[in-house]
Design a protein around this ligand. Structure first.
Ligand SMILES: Cc1cc2nc3c(=O)[nH]c(=O)nc-3n(C[C@H](O)[C@H](O)[C@H](O)COP(=O)(O)OP(=O)(O)OC[C@H]3O[C@@H](n4cnc5c(N)ncnc54)[C@H](O)[C@@H]3O)c2cc1C
Length: 432
């Protein structure tokens, strides 16, 4: 029997559990440990609340979670409640699937002013992550600036622009819905260092901006490369760029403008005790495709700045770490004997949900190659004893199902659930 502990219950964690089941059949016991009392990582706390069909992938993970040889061990933080060294004593293999939940900072003067938030915090706030329930962003004043040219920037722009009614059917949390519905900002500016041909925005997400009730996207036609050059792009990017070309022609009067500001990088954030303006420098692309400042600057008034420029994996004591790349140091997922990484904790924050699946299968094969059938380790019985001794309040999958049922019961009309936004409320819901 092999005992495997997977740390993190997001896509990478569940795909790894599924792969271990396929690899070892009933000769494996898998514990999926998560610091939150609720499973599924960014499926719950990252993927946009108005993209319910994407969140539906959690049903697949549920099937894995309900199998006899897989357990959810929630409300347990590895590195605090239990150490890596302790897990290595108990399990044949530890797989770190902790994602990349820490925002990269802008690294410019003023980036610590109240009103500057990272996308992990902002997205976590509207998705009910307990770490960010108290964020209360300012949604009035001159406007919001979003820094970044990927899909997270588009999610943030869309959520900031939608009316309350447009969230019907979503599971956006109540505190965010109330604030967003009353937002009075008139301009949402997306700052992209490079041009329309260098975006990492996909067509579906871009297209959605063209159909918002109170907001209209705008692109300066002067920023668009000659149309003939689109032919050299891959089909997905070409479609995205065609949306931008369409946005350059829209002439609709709506209360909010979503301004795509290309060739633009923030160089300072200013204000009297809070964000009031962003100083932006115009960029030009060099022969290597890098964006360099041109020295030309201008001011964009803003009460809120959301940086969507990537994430880092927080280090865990005892795990080799690559500080430059912001993730665990690993060679194709191998960190040290018996210790592996998958998903964003292995590769960094890139790719879609499905990109994490092959990681799981690669690691299951490595575990098969690296570990004998039976080391005689204690596995879950040992973990249970250790956590009991430390009075850790462990949440099981059954407990999660009770939490989920309570969230479903509390849903407002047309919404699948009203999420609990504090750990205490989640834990209390188990007793209902
Ligand atoms: C805002 C946003 C929107 C996205 N939208 C989409 C989309 O629409 N479609 C798409 O395909 N992809 C989307 N993605 C990408 C997708 O969410 C990721 O590819 C995927 O979630 C990465 O999976 P993961 O398991 O590596 O990490 P995560 O999903 O982050 O899971 C990590 C888990 O580890 C747990 N954890 C962390 N540290 C510890 C610890 N010390 N001890 C115990 N547990 C711990 C966390 O609580 C979490 O549950 C989006 C990403 C973001 C940020």
């Amino acid at each position: 029997m092999r005992h495997v502990a997977i740390v993190g219950s997001g896509p990478a964690g569940y795909y790894t559990a599924e792969a271990c089941q396929k690899q070892f059949g009933d000769q494996v016991r898998v514990d999926i440990i998560d610091r939150l009392p609720v499973p599924y990582g960014l499926i719950r706390t990252g993927v946009a609340p108005d993209h319910q069909s994407i969140k539906g992938v959690s049903r697949r993970y549920e099937a894995t979670a309900l199998s006899d040889n897989v357990r959810f061990v929630g409300n347990v933080t590895v590195g605090e409640d239990v150490s890596i060294a302790e897990l290595l004593n108990l399990y044949d293999a530890i797989v770190l699937a902790t994602g990349a939940p820490a925002d990269r900072t802008l690294g410019i003067p003023g980036d610590d002013l109240p009103g500057v938030v990272g996308s992990a915090a902002f997205v976590g706030w509207y998705n009910g992550h307990p770490d960010f329930a108290d964020l209360a962003p300012v949604l009035s004043g001159p406007g919001a600036v979003i820094v970044g040219a990927g899909n997270v920037a588009l999610d943030v722009a869309r959520v900031l622009a939608k009316t309350g009614a447009e969230f019907t059917g979503s599971d956006i949390v109540g505190h965010a819905l109330d604030l967003l519905d009353g937002a009075t900002h008139e301009r949402i500016t997306i700052l992209a260092r490079r041009g329309p041909h260098q975006i990492a925005m996909t067509p579906k997400e871009l297209g959605e901006l063209g159909h918002l009730e109170r907001a209209v996207p705008h692109v300066d036609p002067a920023d668009l490369p000659p149309e003939a050059e689109d032919a050299a792009l891959d089909p997905g990017l070409r479609k995205s760029v065609s949306h931008l070309r369409n946005f350059a022609t829209l002439d609709l009067a709506k209360p909010i403008t979503i301004e795509f500001d290309f060739y633009a990088m923030p160089i300072a954030i200013e204000g009297d005790g809070k964000v009031e303006r962003v100083i932006v420098e115009r960029t030009a692309i060099d022969a290597e495709g890098r964006a360099n400042g041109t020295g030309e600057t201008y001011v964009v008034p803003a009460a809120l700045v959301v940086s969507c420029i990537g994430y880092r994996t927080p280090p865990i004591e005892g795990v080799p770490y690559d500080a430059k790349l912001g993730r665990f140091a690993n060679d194709e997922g191998r960190i040290a004997p018996g210790l592996y990484a998958v998903g964003w904790a292995r590769r960094g924050p890139t790719g879609t949900i499905g990109t994490n699946r092959p990681d799981g299968f690669m690691i299951a094969e490595q575990i098969a190659a690296d570990t004998p059938d039976d080391y005689g380790k204690e596995g879950r019985a040992g973990l249970d004893m250790l956590l009991r001794d430390r009075n850790v309040d462990v949440v099981t999958f059954r407990d999660w199902q009770k939490i989920e049922a309570a969230e479903t019961a509390a849903a407002r009309d047309g919404s699948p659930r009203e999420k609990f936004t504090s750990i205490d409320a989640m834990l209390a819901a188990r007793g209902v």
